[in-house]
Design a protein around this ligand. Sequence first.
Ligand code: ATP
Length: 993
Amino acid sequence: MHHDPTQRRSPASSTDGPGHKLSMFVNLFGFRIQDLSQNSSESGCWSVRSNESMESPITNLQSAMEGGAQAVTSPLNEIYTELYITEEVAGELKEEHEFRQIEAASRRTDRPEQTIRKEDFFKETSFRTVLTKGVAGIGKTSLMQKFTLDWAEGKSNQEIQLMFPFTFRELNMLQDRTLSLVDLLHHFFGETNEAGISSFDPFRVVFIFDGLDECRLPLDFHNNPVLSEVTQSSLLDVLLTNLISGKLLPSARIWITSRPAAASQVPAEFVDMVTEVRGFADPQKEEYFRRRIRDEEQANRIVSHIKISRSLHVMCHIPVFCWITATVLEDVLRSKEVGELPKSLTEMYIHYLVVQTKLKKRKYDGETLADPHWTEENRQMIESLGKLAFEQLQKGNLIFYESDLTKCGINISAASWYSGVFTQMFKRETGLHHDKMFSFVHLSVQEFLAALHVHQTFISSGVNRLKESQTSFFSRQFSKHFIKPNLHHLHKCAVDAALQSPNGRLDLFLRFLLGLSLQSNQKLLQGLLTDAGRSSHSSQETVVHIHEKIEDLPTEKSINLFHCLNELKDDSLEKKVQEVLASGRLQKEKQSPGLFQALVFILLSSEEDLAVFDLKKFSTQEDDLLRLMPTKARSFKVLSSVLSSEFCSLRDLDLSNNDLQQSGLELLWSGLQSPNCVLETLRSVLSKQTLLSSVLTSPSSLTELDLSNNDLLDSGVKLLSAALESLDCRLESLRLSGCQVSEEGCVCLDDALSSNPSHLKELDLSYNHPGELGTELLSAKREDPNCKLEALRLEPAGVQFLRPGLKKYSCELSFNTNTLNRNLKLSEDQREVRFVEEEQPYPDHPDRFQKSHQLLCGNALSDRCYWEAELTGGVHVSVSYRGTVRGGDGNDEWFGGNAQSWSLYFSGGSYTVWHDKIGTSIPSSSSSSSGPRRVAVYVDRPAGTLSFYRVSSDTLTHIHTFSTTFTEPLSAGFGLWTWSGLPVASSVRLCSL
Ligand SMILES: Nc1ncnc2c1ncn2[C@@H]1O[C@H](COP(=O)(O)OP(=O)(O)OP(=O)(O)O)[C@@H](O)[C@H]1O
């Protein structure tokens, strides 16, 4: 937002705190100018413009025009909230829509993101030109002002001696003028003239050019003639291109700000550093509201409201949107009958419009708040502004000059009047030559009014402004008089147009347009939106159209459609995702890309619903994850983006059954290292500990790490211990259960705890072999009052746990002959059981399975148990409570057919998992064959997991994991089936490990 240099401060701000600061400024200013006139290059000094018609911009700097509106000013130092700024490699300037960029930016994580403080923009002395990009209203101008103010107040960058802030908006006015750099500076910064400065080389100078997107000069870097003398006159365009490219005054530093789409106007070769203002991160959003809203109770209410409303929370990255939200919510909370607070974007903007109209009535019409807001005059004003907004939006114009307005049928005096009364929506500014420039206070306000115009035109006349050229006069008249226009046609057309727009220019417009069709929203605009009854509309058709579109789109593009569904208050897709997440049966839904899009969206924007994402439940390997993410990006890239997204509040991630490959790990770690990552707990399988130790020693939010069942060995523990020693490591809980740690590893951990005793509270080393020394050392640490360690698990322990993989949990199973069904027969060595047609003469026993061809194993399973078996034919491999259902008609007795058992059924190469009569088939990548198949079972009773694997040449391929709570002792069991189609008799052989 670029401010009017002629703006006068409001009386309030010159009498209170800021007024005092002003006089300090003037004194300081006088003193420094004196220094400057003595040509002391030693002293810090600045130059500011003192054109007669203008107040010192430093004065302006002290008061921030909130929302870019002239009527509302606040002391900049009080209101300014730190912005999140990133630094990127120069040359990465892209053309993309602004709002889409802010969302996409948060998902860009190929390399760790570098943040930069505003104070450090000019620290790197070899960088001459810095380009700062950022979407509309993200805070570029505020940043530039705060930077200048901090410098002027002596707080930072004191090595800079002269700072010349310009806006392209005002430079536009001089585009036909021929002048030298000295003329330009004397013109804008009269003090330099008074001080007689006509050479700038001796000084450390920074030129700031704010708002490149508003530049109407051609900036023809490649064809403009070379200009190297500061006193040489030329057209302003030539002067600027030479100054920026370093041919003129090469010693000067240049800072340019721009919206992203316009940033490429400066060729990459002339830019040394690109920074991007990304707006407020989550803590700053809250800070902003607390700074702005003094009443603590009101601030609390607003902050918690924002946190639970997804769209609002996401949009509050943009400071100007925070300002709109604060304005609206303060007003709503102030009114006597506080109903529901606005939750969607459309609701917020409707309220904003209403607040502004009420303000106008109070100020100009002297009417009370209880009066109806929509007089004929107001209606007409909004109508003309809407028309202007839409027509200029179509052309991509955000700033309008007199001629632009005339073309849209608004005469200049009306426009000036509008900007005078709707001061916080429509702005008029005067350049040096008294040329008038207009803009909406924010692009989103323009988009909202444009949507209002398109909606209203369609309702009242049946004209679809998005398709105007195709609508004949006859059909217009016809629809006007005879047909009730169906809003769905307009919406369909808008959805398609928004999707076709290459830079997402119509994204927000579409959100507003759809939102305006809701009855509840129209009610808020009663009196402005006339004749709503003429439309026939059910948003259902639009919802269906959007669902269809989501199915075919990449994530980037579908995100806006999810926001649209939010505006339409349709949560069907989201509910479905939540259901699937709750059931843990994502596999079944593999066919619908839309569902996965929704999942990604929810991950990205979830505030409360999804603090724990148990990926373990859903997928087995990277391949499955790839299917999960329809963007074709590698799945962990997406996961990494999710973790580093400012929108993601994921705190607990369980990847323990995912076979992370090296690349997946690297991406995941880069996500973990992002400053946005709030992940606290990670359970993971990993093979590359070095990466992990770098995560632990760099500041990250991780406080709990569960690496259980990784073959870390003592060497891995050594690396981890080195990381733990670092005081930057804030880990409180470390689980290394079953990691093949022996005495040596324990000694390293003991050393780490001696160096950094104040963080780790919980250490789980069960299922390892600490030996006597390890046990002694670590137990002593728990007793040590200087060490924070409270919980230490060393049991079970033993040398058998040093076996690699899950085999360390091997248990020797034996068949329980009392349970053996009479159609089953054991081999002589009692290690194999097979189905036989002929009933065997086993004695009666209450534990014997009568109907089902099943048997249980004798021993109760210990807490962690692993076994392997070779299966032939059709076999259920099961884990069940020992008192599992027996007898009856046999319908519930089979393993997986009741709530007390869980099983994997294998037959001819395919698998189905069963529990309580619900079966889920698991596609198998290997070809079907009638030969024996070796499977492994691992059960962790306390953790409530039961996993099945396929074993081939000693490698395990995960098939499925049940996650549940086991409440009783467990037994292994097998069920052997037979039917005519089965080529071989079913059998099971217990494997020795
Ligand atoms: N750091 C900040 N702290 C507090 N408020 C801010 C901050 N940055 C921006 N704002 C608010 O947002 C409004 C818009 O910000 P600003 O004018 O700096 O954005 P901009 O990026 O220059 O936008 P544009 O590209 O539209 O010119 C400000 O008027 C102010 O109300």
